[in-house]
Structure formats: structure tokens, C-alpha cells
Design a protein around this ligand. Structure first.
Ligand code: 18C
Length: 257
């Protein structure tokens, strides 16, 4: 009987194995789960979040914070979008082919490493804001779904986590750009109302709840007043533009749950 048990073969997906052996994997795992936890915390109470933008169902909160004299204000935003699923929204946020369609601050984007189909490393250069230097960002981006046992009405969660990293071929501050350091997450959950047999669900029955969190360290000198003004203008613009882009992309396509 013992011998029989030993001969049972276990098949391990080679892609999953190689991802989990990548040197960044422990960090990707830890930061993604930390960000998910952080995104799910309420903005009320002792967190000190102040509402700075509101438009329809969109709410944006920030905390004024500095690190070594640089503005690093954390941002947390909530939005509710009809007609799209969390999986669709996360797919558009993650996939390189859509980025230029919604990321208005972008000058250039390159995928410098494919760790897995759900984990990429991006190098981006962003538009310059006078009088500061142009910025670039090098970060891993990871997509995953997480089963959701806490909320019986909602579906599983989808999360994209972006976090700055290093790469020997792309050192920071080597050219004209100053490197920014970011930790960003987008967490989405789909709700169907009224509850229906899955094959009869139409886009108008679907709602996607979005939480977006971001901390960006500007990496070098930038006047605080200009930076806070850019922040106040660009984040609401981003979330509206991005969610409208998702609605447009999905509207005539079959629903992807
Ligand atoms: O999360 C978002 N996008 C993802 C995919 O691109 C990813 C990238 C985040 C980039 C973070 C910001 C990088 C620097 C931007 C420079 C500002 C350009 C503004 C141009 C205006 C004409 O996670 C969505 C990101 C939405 C970004 C909103 C703006 C954030 C500003 C934060 C300040 C950063 C420091 C800028 C230094 C110069 C300021 C004087």
C-alpha cells in the first residue's frame, strides 16, 4: 500500500513552476496581497483620508505625506461602473496593447521582461511637466483573481498590482529622465443585479466596483505646489478616461466573467 501511494504522479504546470522560481516572486506575492488588504480597508475612521474629488459614483481621497522633502501623498479612489466585469477592467489595465488608449500621461512604453502571462515588467516614460525633469518608471505588473469568501453577493476579486523594481539594463537616472517609484493597485469586483442564470446576463445587469490605490514618489526635485496641482487634475482625469475606455472597448463584445 505504501509503495502504491509513492507511485502517484503529480503534474506541475511548468509555467507556474518557473514563475514561482523567479527572483522577484516572493516580493510580487507579498506586495500584491498587502495591496489587496490595504485596498479593502475603509477610507472612514482614523485613516485620515480627505475627499478631494467627486464625480457621479467616483470618490477620490488623499493623505498629505512627504518623504525626504518630496510629496508622496497616498491616493485611494472608489468608483462604480456599469456594463463591464472586474475581469474585463483588470485585463484592460494590465494588457500592454490597450495602454496607449487610456494612459494620457504616457510618452513611451516597453515590456522589458515577460515573467509569465500574468506578470510583466514595464518601462514607461511620461510626459514632462515644466519646470521639472521628465519622469520614467520601471515596474512589475501582476494580475490575479482571488476567491472572495467574505462577500456572498459579489464575485471573485480581480487585482492588478504595479510596483517599482530594478533592472541592470535600465538603471535609474542614467539619461534625461528622473525615475519615479510607485506602488499602485486596482481591485475590481463584479455584481449582477438582478441575480440571473449566467447565460441570460446582459451588460445592463452588471456593475463593477473599483478601488484604485496609488503612491508615487517623484524620485527627485519637483515643486510641491505644482505636483499637488498635477495630482488633483490628473488622477480624476485618469479614472474617468480609463473607465470610459473600458465601457467603449467592451460594449459590443461577449461578457467575460
Ligand atoms: O496607474 C496608472 N497607470 C499605470 C500604467 O501606466 C501605472 C503607472 C503609473 C505612473 C505614475 C506616474 C508617473 C509620473 C507621471 C508624470 C506626470 C505626467 C503628467 C502629465 C500631464 C500633462 O500604474 C494611472 C496613473 C495616473 C497618473 C496620474 C498622475 C500622477 C502624478 C503623480 C506625480 C508624479 C511625479 C511627477 C513629477 C513632476 C511633477 C512636477
Amino acid at each position: 500500500d505504501r509503495l502504491k501511494k509513492k507511485s502517484v504522479s503529480i503534474s506541475i504546470d511548468p509555467v507556474v513552476t518557473s514563475v514561482s522560481k523567479h527572483k522577484l516572486w516572493p516580493e510580487i506575492e507579498r506586495v500584491t496581497m498587502e495591496q489587496l488588504h490595504y485596498a479593502r480597508l475603509d477610507v472612514g475612521g482614523a485613516g485620515g483620508w480627505q475627499l478631494f474629488a467627486e464625480d457621479g459614483d467616483m470618490r477620490m481621497y488623499r493623505r498629505e505625506e512627504e518623504a525626504d522633502g518630496l510629496v508622496v501623498d497616498p491616493l485611494k479612489a472608489c468608483h462604480v461602473v456599469k456594463g463591464v466585469t472586474g475581469r474585463e477592467v483588470c485585463n484592460i489595465f494590465f494588457s500592454p496593447e490597450y495602454r496607449a488608449g487610456w494612459e494620457a500621461t504616457l510618452d513611451d512604453m516597453t515590456v522589458v521582461e515577460t515573467i509569465s502571462s500574468d506578470t510583466l515588467v514595464f518601462l514607461q516614460t511620461h510626459k514632462r511637466i515644466w519646470p521639472a525633469s521628465q519622469r520614467d518608471a520601471l515596474f512589475w505588473s501582476h494580475r490575479r483573481s482571488v476567491s472572495n469568501t467574505d462577500d456572498p453577493d459579489g464575485s471573485d476579486l480581480w487585482i492588478i498590482c504595479n510596483h517599482s523594481t530594478e533592472h541592470p539594463d535600465y538603471p535609474a537616472n542614467a539619461g534625461k529622465c528622473v525615475r519615479v517609484y510607485l506602488t499602485v493597485c486596482l481591485v475590481c469586483q463584479t455584481f449582477v443585479d438582478p441575480p440571473k442564470d449566467p447565460k441570460n446576463i446582459r451588460r445592463e445587469d452588471i456593475t463593477c466596483k473599483i478601488t484604485y490605490c496609488s503612491v508615487v514618489n517623484p524620485g527627485g526635485w519637483a515643486p510641491a505646489s505644482v505636483l499637488r496641482a498635477v495630482y488633483k487634475r490628473e488622477y480624476p482625469k485618469f479614472l474617468k478616461r480609463f473607465t470610459n475606455f473600458c465601457i467603449e472597448q467592451c460594449k459590443d463584445k461577449p461578457i467575460v466573467f
